[in-house]
Design a binder for this molecule. Structure first.
Ligand code: AMP
Ligand code: MG
Length: 408
């Protein structure tokens, strides 16, 4: 028994096809860095200044002129400089300045002697150790030079980036506008949480997972509710969503059952690609366009929905917004569970990655892997990725993992 399907395509192939059909948005907006977390830079950022932009002391000690240094020299202490409180004058031959870490070096000084290697005598000092020219001076532009490229267009701004921008005196930047993503659930069996389900109904979980995923991507999700399995309702909902958003995501109704209208309607009012992907869960993936709006039709099974979102929709939306490509973080660790699968598809099982007492990482399975078992997704913190040809992983064998990195 195997699970090969010769009509199916690889994940990489599907992603490439999706990207070749999408054009990244170009619109940008100005925001202050206070509002920029998670936004995507629309332009390269070059530093308007040197960092630091004045020379300072790296130690508590004395700022002096290296040309004055000799084993017998006595240097007169003419004042003190603290961090943020510079000494207002230059120092001249035979003079030095008491200085503390971070304080601006006075004009005329070029080196700093640590206080531990200085002998004080009234208002003068003598050095008790050799002094190298320029020692313990933090130079102008040591961290960043004026004009240097600091961040590239397409970078998604994280907390360190916000600090970096502030350190350069940049308070406002151009970012890509937020993507607007409409999403629906489809199915007569679905009931919105908070309402009373009729006989045979289940609660709609997918819209809530999708809302969370989009929020974490800092995109504007438009929750368009549940559409019944009815072709007219599906068509109206799609046309409405296409009016003012960049992408539409649906879950459910993409199979070939009598009540599956998503693909039929998409074929009627837009363009459609329907691919079987050599992955589990989430073999069928419907991708298409309604006018210029990207359309992703995901399986209704909650785990398939989230896995395909993670592997396809997430990179596609990032691409559409003009984000730089980020290579998914994947690495190998020993697996503490016996895993079985059929050959023929890449499998994304749910795993729990934990360090042992020595800090060595290993992964174990969350247990049952059914496509509807959303609790497995909730317990997991990573995918365990089992290649197409793999059929079994023995306990202790290494497997590839991909941490959810805060998205799921
Ligand atoms: P479908 O993709 O419509 O064939 O649905 C596959 C399975 O997922 C069925 O058992 C559905 O009842 C279930 N399902 C579909 N949509 C949702 C949803 N929004 N929330 C939870 N389960 C769903
Ligand atoms: Mg359905």
């Amino acid at each position: 028994m195997d699970d090969y399907d010769h009509e199916s395509i690889s994940i990489a192939e599907a992603l490439q096809r999706i990207e070749s059909d999408l054009t990244p948005i170009t619109d940008s907006v100005q925001v202050t860095i206070h509002n920029a977390l998670g936004q995507v830079l629309a332009q390269d950022v070059c530093s308007p200044m040197n960092v630091p932009n004045f020379p300072s002391s790296a130690m508590d000690g004395y700022a002096l002129r290296h040309s004055d240094v000799s084993p017998v020299a006595r240097l007169r202490v003419v004042g003190t400089a603290f961090a943020g409180k510079p000494y207002a004058h230059a120092i001249h031959a035979g003079e030095c300045l008491r200085i503390f870490t971070g304080a601006m070096l006075p004009e005329g000084a070029d080196s700093v002697m640590m206080q531990e290697y200085v002998h004080t005598e009234g208002d003068a000092i003598q050095l008790t150790a050799p002094c190298t020219a320029g020692q313990y001076v933090v130079r102008v532009g040591e961290n960043v030079q004026v004009g240097q490229k600091i961040l590239s267009a397409g970078k998604r701004l994280l907390p360190a980036d916000l600090g970096l921008l502030a350190a350069l005196g940049i308070n406002e930047i151009a970012v890509k506008r937020r993507l607007r993503v409409a999403f629906f659930s489809t199915g007569d069996e679905l009931c919105t949480v908070g309402q009373v389900p009729k006989a045979g109904q289940i609660y709609d979980s997918n819209r809530h997972s999708l809302a969370g995923l989009l929020k974490r991507l800092e995109m504007d999700g438009l929750d368009m509710g549940i559409i019944p399995d009815d072709p007219i309702a599906v068509e109206q909902a799609f046309l409405r969503a296409a009016q003012d958003c960049d992408a539409i995501i649906t879950s459910g109704g993409v199979s070939v059952g009598d009540a599956d209208f998503v693909t039929k309607i998409l074929r009627k009012i837009g363009h459609i690609h329907f691919w079987k992907i050599a992955m589990k869960p989430g073999r069928p993936l419907t991708f298409g366009k309604i006018q210029a709006v990207a359309f992703f039709g995901l399986s209704g099974n909650p785990v398939s929905m989230m896995s395909t979102f993670y592997q396809f929709v997430q990179p596609a939306l990032r691409y559409l917004q003009g984000q730089q490509k980020v290579q998914p973080l994947r690495f190998q660790v020993p697996c503490l569970s016996l895993l079985k699968k059929l050959q023929g598809r890449v499998e994304f099982q749910r795993g729990i990655l934990t360090p042992d007492a020595q800090g060595q990482l290993s992964v174990r399975s969350t247990g049952q892997q059914g496509a509807s078992m959303l609790s497995s997704m909730s317990q997991a913190n990573c995918f365990i990725i089992l290649p197409i040809e793999c059929s079994e992983i023995a306990v202790g064998e290494k497997v590839w993992v991909e941490p959810f990195e805060g998205l799921i």
